[in-house]
Design a protein around this ligand. Structure first.
Ligand code: ADP
Ligand code: MG
Length: 276
């Protein structure tokens, strides 16, 4: 007797997803007909011009915003509608949103507390993570006493503590200088290699998208849709010397061409304007 192979459902499937804001002349189509599959354990990076609907997409996947009725979000094979996704994924929004009056420890455990975990227990769970997030000794500090990079790590730690199968990170390193950013990337990859949580990661930085990603998704200019998906088969663990390898540069060239085309559209350049 042959055993039928186990069918692997994608962790997340976006099926013809739309989001329109406003009506009539004022209507903004932020997301238009997005189809995307994210498999368990993948690190998917998402790039696209500013305003193309990346954050809107994340807000829908996080359950904070309902998609229009045209399409569907399937999570573990189940169709999710209106608010059902809330709390099923961990989400780091574009801004770190740390509460200035709470200590770093109490900021880190915020999501756990909202979930009903008693503060004492939540603190205990967080304690062990401070060293690997490079935050030892800062448990009782306040956000204003930390550098930008450290605050980003606190926000990441809070997202990480809210243990869900899917992590959404919206430009988590956006505000960092190049050196800190490179350190954070390598550190995040180590963390991901250890825990293998599925990650969806928005960035403006094409090097970052390739360096981190198992696949890079390029979004088109608004109304945002998926322009292309590039599988990244660079070996793991990724090392800084890969950034200058021929393979990396070839991938970058292909992606830059796709992105360039989109950026031009979003600025509505005409040939005439470019020449003048
Ligand atoms: N709540 C909202 N109401 C109206 N328009 C919105 C809202 N949220 C986003 N938009 C618009 O949707 C488009 C996509 O925004 P966003 O998802 O933030 O883009 P990105 O993250 O790619 O820069 C933008 O034109 C933005 O102005
Ligand atoms: Mg955004």
């Amino acid at each position: 007797m042959t055993i039928a192979p186990k069918k692997h459902l994608p962790l997340l499937q976006l099926d013809n997803l739309w989001k329109r804001f406003g009506d009539g002349q004022q209507q903004v189509i932020a997301v238009s007909g997005v189809n995307l599959i994210v498999n368990e354990g993948e690190f998917v990076t998402l790039v696209g011009p500013s305003g193309c609907g990346k954050s809107t997409l994340f807000n829908m996947i996080a359950g904070l915003l309902d998609p229009d009725s045209d399409g569907a979000i399937l999570f573990k094979g189940q169709s999710q509608r209106d608010g059902e996704l809330l709390g099923k994924v961990s989400f780091m929004p574009q801004r770190d949103l740390l509460l200035p009056w709470r200590t770093i420890m109490d900021n880190a455990i915020l999501a756990l507390e909202c979930e009903g975990v008693p503060r004492k227990e939540a603190r205990k769970r967080a304690e062990g993570l401070f060293p690997s997030f490079g935050l030892s000794g800062f448990e009782q500090s306040y956000p204003h006493q930390l550098s930008g990079g450290m605050r980003q790590r606190v926000a990441l730690m809070r997202t990480f503590l809210f243990e869900r199968d899917l992590m959404l990170l919206d430009e988590p390193f956006g505000a960092l200088d190049a050196l800190t950013r490179a350190l954070m990337q390598r550190w995040l990859l180590k963390l991901w290699e250890k825990h293998r949580r599925t990650v969806l990661f928005i960035t403006h930085d094409i090097d970052e998208a390739i360096f981190l990603g198992s696949k890079v998704v390029v979004m088109s200019a608004r109304p945002g849709t998926i322009k292309c998906v590039e599988q990244i088969d660079l070996p793991r663990p990724r090392t800084p010397d890969m950034l200058t390898s021929a393979e990396f540069i070839a991938i970058k060239k292909r992606l830059l061409e796709a992105i360039e085309e989109e950026s031009m559209k979003s600025f509505r350049f005409t040939e005439h304007e470019e020449q003048s």
